[in-house]
Design a protein around this ligand. Structure first.
Ligand code: ACO
Length: 711
């Protein structure tokens, strides 16, 4: 049932830090009020079997261990040093650790970047680097590991034992979750406090834990990342489920997180997109983080959509049905043969549809028989068993029957979850069933939601196969030349004509556009593009072209071109007499269809990010847009189209034919490739509007804008 990966490419330095054979506690103390005392006491009490070497300037012995005045005086190899001295002496201590050959420092001490002292924190990292040493923290509670019997922290005890590993940016929260792991029955092998992430960060730990045989699921509490793309890469390569709770999603919360950890909390929508792309399951709150962790650490992914629910109560059955729909695995009626068999294990008035209601009369025999049959049946991709406490049943009997049925079925690799609703007797049974490796919740919707998360995990596995996208017909060199020419003229905004040339260099289907500098040239160009055409002023001094009366549409012939040329020139000069005018753009007039917008931003955490939405009111009023961190593949580009609320419009509603989603996916993927390739050059860009025609008829980028980075 467990999801364990026994890998082997583990970084020996990180191993020294996280799985040390010996630990020095620098700032160890005999004073029970000191953190340096608690860490030594915790190592003793957790049964740590490696060397424990307290370091203290005056005490010769601390809590039964010989103490040394300096780490350099320890006559043995020291893998890790837990540092609990005040901030002002941490830097010289790190230097001594380096000289001693310590592999990693676990710096509990606060008072660095999180209070604005970036300089000392940077110096710590630079010093550690000189000696090839890694730093966990500073500003952390330390690290805890059941499999290593190691509580190298000032949290009171090792977490409830299990297969998940929690990495948290907040130390205080980790102490609380350590305690909560017992009351919730959610088991962890390790809990790692990551604090300011001056050196070791989430990406390092995800990579390390991917190969840790004691970790089957990684749980993250994230306030802000420093290097989004590295984080995404590590998560994408991780073959174990990752669940993350990102705090600081509200504007006020983001400010609180920033001051808390000294890192920047990026925009929540972009975080959401990045986590999704990296295959990270997103928890909505702490309870959800625990609920998902429980499911992921105990059960395999759900590899099909058929969820069967067995219940002894109609009410919880209905709640489960609603939850299934919300979780993206709506219940379907089981096939007739399944129903016929299940009917044998319920009274006349029960229901063998889905949910399968064995009624309040359902005792442990019926639970056993229906669970065993359903779990083994190939139609069932995932099973949820619900129980409402009744006076005529004993919850522990039911729990044991469910567990025995699962074991006796002989089936593995299929997820099951359970919910017990009731009082103390149910709580006891619930804890017992979790101890047997079956996630159990105190509400039916939570049990179903757990399977929803496992279904999502299977989809993440499938998407992992979809690979990268390498567009054809791309000429990045040409795009750079156009940009360089604009920069040479002192501009950081490209004209529409230039922007379209850059877009075209990335094989984006822009409307044919040429720049005319005389009336005759305009006529020649219009004749070659074909009528009707659009004419627009091209001037760095006139950004709002329509307001200036400098746009004319639907020009049908040569006469019209000549008239428009004069009017646009006159209006432009009347609007701004000293405007510098490059010329007039002569443009193919694309027929109207469904209007979408594609844009980009350079996010401070994740880098170039593409935005997509339907045009007009959908974007302006409803803000119905979605983001993806660039680059993206074609599958992700299609997923973006499904991600917006107005997605049905692209699929075709009320008799309208579906739009060309394939061509639009190519535009999105090529656009993302472009902003990624030109990330040093392009600060912002958009293609607005982009017209999407009927299936098979393509897409046209009607207008293009590029703002360059400042150099
Ligand atoms: N080498 C070895 N030992 C030294 C050295 C040195 N260079 N310098 C001092 N020491 C000893 C001290 O003599 C003392 O031992 P003693 O009790 O025998 O005298 C011990 O180190 C500790 O030094 P103190 O000056 O007593 O410092 P104190 O223990 O009060 O505080 C601490 C140190 C805990 C690191 C504090 O500065 C700190 O940062 N506290 C916050 C830690 C924290 O909360 N981190 C997690 C944040 S996450 C969250 O939110 C929970």
């Amino acid at each position: 049932m467990e999801n364990t990966n026994l890998g082997g490419n583990v970084d020996p330095i990180l191993t020294g830090l996280l799985k040390p054979k010996s630990i020095a506690i620098i700032g160890a103390s005999s004073n029970p009020d000191k953190i340096g005392y608690t860490v030594v006491k915790n190592l003793n009490e957790s049964g740590y079997e490696g060397g424990i070497y307290p370091v203290n300037p005056k005490d010769p012995e601390i809590l039964g261990h010989k103490a040394y005045p300096s780490v350099k005086d320890i006559p043995y190899v020291v893998d890790a040093a837990v540092i609990t001295v005040p901030a002002k002496v941490v830097l010289p201590v790190i230097k001594e650790c380096g000289e001693k050959g310590v592999k990693g420092a676990i710096i509990i001490t606060s008072g660095f970047a999180e209070v604005g002292d970036h300089a000392t924190e940077d110096a710590l990292v630079a010093t550690a680097k000189q000696y090839g040493m890694r730093i966990l923290g500073p500003n952390i509670i330390g690290t805890l590991s059941n499999s290593d019997k190691m509580n190298a922290s000032f949290a009171g005890f090792l977490p409830y034992d299990g297969k998940a590993t929690m990495v948290s940016q907040s130390g205080a929260l980790l102490i609380a979750l350590d305690a909560a792991s017992y009351s919730r029955g959610v088991g962890f092998d390790k809990m790692i406090s990551i604090g300011n992430m001056s050196d070791v960060n989430f990406a390092d730990l995800i990579t390390y834990l991917t190969d840790d045989p004691h970790t089957s699921c990684i749980s993250l509490y994230v306030e802000g990342l420093k290097n989004g793309p590295r984080f995404m890469e590590a998560a994408r390569k991780c073959t174990k489920p990752i669940v993350a709770l990102k705090s600081g999603v509200s504007a006020h919360g983001a400010a609180a997180a920033a001051s808390h950890t000294g890192s920047l909390a990026g925009s929540s929508k972009i975080y959401e997109a990045a986590f999704k792309q990296a295959g990270i399951s997103q928890a909505t709150d702490l309870n959800d983080l625990f609920d998902r962790t429980l499911a992921f650490s105990l059960q395999p992914p759900m590899r099909g959509d058929n969820l069967l629910v067995i219940t002894n109560g109609g009410g919880v059955g209905v709640l489960a049905t609603d939850a299934a729909e919300r979780a993206g695995i709506p219940l379907r009626f089981a096939p007739e043969d399944v129903q016929q068999e299940l009917k044998k294990h319920m009274p006349e008035f029960g229901s063998a549809k889905n949910p399968v209601d064995i009624t309040g009369q359902g005792g442990h025999e019926w639970y056993y028989a229906s669970t065993k049959f359903a779990y083994a049946h190939p139609w069932v991709d995932g099973l949820t068993v619900l129980y409402c406490e009744t006076a005529v049943t004993e919850p522990m009997d039911i729990a044991q029957a469910i567990h025995k049925a699962i074991v006796d079925s002989g089936v593995t690799g299929k997820p099951v979850s359970v919910s017990f609703v009731g009082g103390e007797r149910s709580d006891k049974a619930m804890r017992w069933i979790v101890e047997q490796g079956i996630p159990c919740y105190n509400a039916p919707d939570l049990a179903v939601k757990a399977l929803g998360a496992l279904r999502e995990e299977a989809r993440i596995e499938e998407n992992r196969q979809s690979g990268t996208y390498n567009p054809e017909n791309v000429d990045g060199q040409k795009a750079r030349e156009i940009i360089a020419a604009a920069r040479a003229k002192g501009r950081t905004a490209l004209t529409e004509v230039e922007a379209k040339q850059v877009f075209a260099a990335y094989d984006l289907p822009v409307t044919a556009t040429e720049l005319a500098t005389s009336e005759d040239e305009a006529v020649r160009m219009a004749n070659s593009i074909g009528y009707p055409i659009v004419m627009k002023i091209v001037s760095p001094d006139i950004l709002h072209k329509s307001d200036a009366g400098a746009v004319k549409v639907n020009i049908k012939d040569e006469q019209g071109v000549r008239e428009a040329y004069k009017v646009i020139m006159d209006n432009s000069l009347a609007y701004k007499a000293d405007a510098f005018i490059d010329g007039i753009a002569i443009q193919e007039m694309a027929p109207w269809a469904t209007e979408v917008i594609v844009g980009s931003v350079n996010d401070s955490t994740f880098g170039p990010t593409v935005m997509f939405g339907l045009g007009g009111i959908f974007v302006e009023v409803l803000k119905d847009v979605t983001f993806s961190v660039a680059p993206i593949n074609l599958a992700e580009a299609e997923a973006m189209q499904d991600d917006i609320k107005s997605a049905p419009i692209l699929r075709g509603v009320r008799g309208e034919s579906p739009r060309d989603r394939k061509a639009l996916a190519k535009v999105l993927a090529n656009y993302a490739y472009m902003i990624y390739d030109l990330k040093d050059e392009v600060a912002e860009s958009d293609a607005n509007p982009v017209i999407v025609y009927e299936e098979g008829k393509g897409v046209k980028v009607v207008d293009a804008r590029i703002i360059l980075t400042k150099k």
